[in-house]
Design a binder for this molecule. Sequence first.
Ligand code: CA
Ligand code: CA
Ligand code: CA
Ligand code: CA
Length: 366
Amino acid sequence: MKSSRSYFYWFTFGIFSLPILGWLGTQVDTKSQVHVVNAAAKTDDVATKGDAADDSCIYINQNDSSKSLVIGTDKKSGLGIYDLSGKRVQDFPDGKMNNVDIRYGFPLNNSSLPLIAANNRTTNTIDFYYVDQTSNLVNRLDVGTHNALIEAYGSCMYQNKISKKYYVFVTSKTGEIAQFEISSSDSKLKLEKVRSLKVDSKSEACTVDDDLNKLYVAEEAVGIWQFNANVDSGEERKLIDKVSEGGHLIPDVEGLAIYRLQNNEGYLLASSQGENSFNIYDRVTGNFLGKFQVSYNGHMIENTDGIDITSHDLGTNFPFGMIVVQDGNKTHDKQSFKFVSWNELAIKFSPSLKRTVSDPILPLQL
Ligand code: CA
Ligand code: CA
Ligand code: CA
Ligand code: CA
């Protein structure tokens, strides 16, 4: 009798406890936890009022990384250049710039330049700038001269590591994607369309993993697509994550960026705008690893949009690199960008995310 009551007890205990144990299991699942990280700095407000700040790119000064710069778009007026304290040091009121990106070592005028490309929605052109490495100032190169051919909504750059050729991808509200080769001759920059790709609806953000030749495109209401960035490859695409059931994104899917480690390891970051947060994926497998939000002075950044990241040591505030995020807050009449230390975010995860101090995107210094 005693033993049969005991069986009944354990059977009943099991029936009622399993769902509780399951619930506890989900509570300790770090992937479903949203980590909150504090930003170390805020930039000066962008030049114009309202929803104006959008995307950014980080220029790494190889000689003195504390002199690195952030190039931010003001999609109502142009580009703003910021130092690492957030102070705006230069302004380029050259048009409605939406996305901006950078690649190093571009050959022009017998020199090797950090080249910046932005899509200008005023003139529907791809506009170019470069960083003068002596003065540490951004200079205009070709503005308003290179037609984007499709109605350019977003853009990102790519360098093929084998051919050394440079490219810019242009995205659009129709889902069309154009790949242009950027070359130079006689001190002139040339842009030539070399390939077309397509998703099915509005796409803005894109980023390219140069080491793995992967182009990522955010189809805003659908998810993150991966294409082969190599100009000779096909149009096959793979869905990395989605907004629908089983996915980890709340539309719009916005900014994309890659934290590069040596040996092609690292992370893909994506802005999940509908929940004011960012997702982290393994750079190689595309596996979802978790989410984070950014706060600054007790205020959560909102309407998460453009993002850029580097793994380079940018000084005491950013020893393992920096994330730049746009803050689309509605309580201020002007928006800004916030700078986050990768280290502060990495240690929130268990085990902590990997870190490095030298971004492999930089050309080797001779
Ligand atoms: Ca925005
Ligand atoms: Ca960018
Ligand atoms: Ca958008
Ligand atoms: Ca955007």
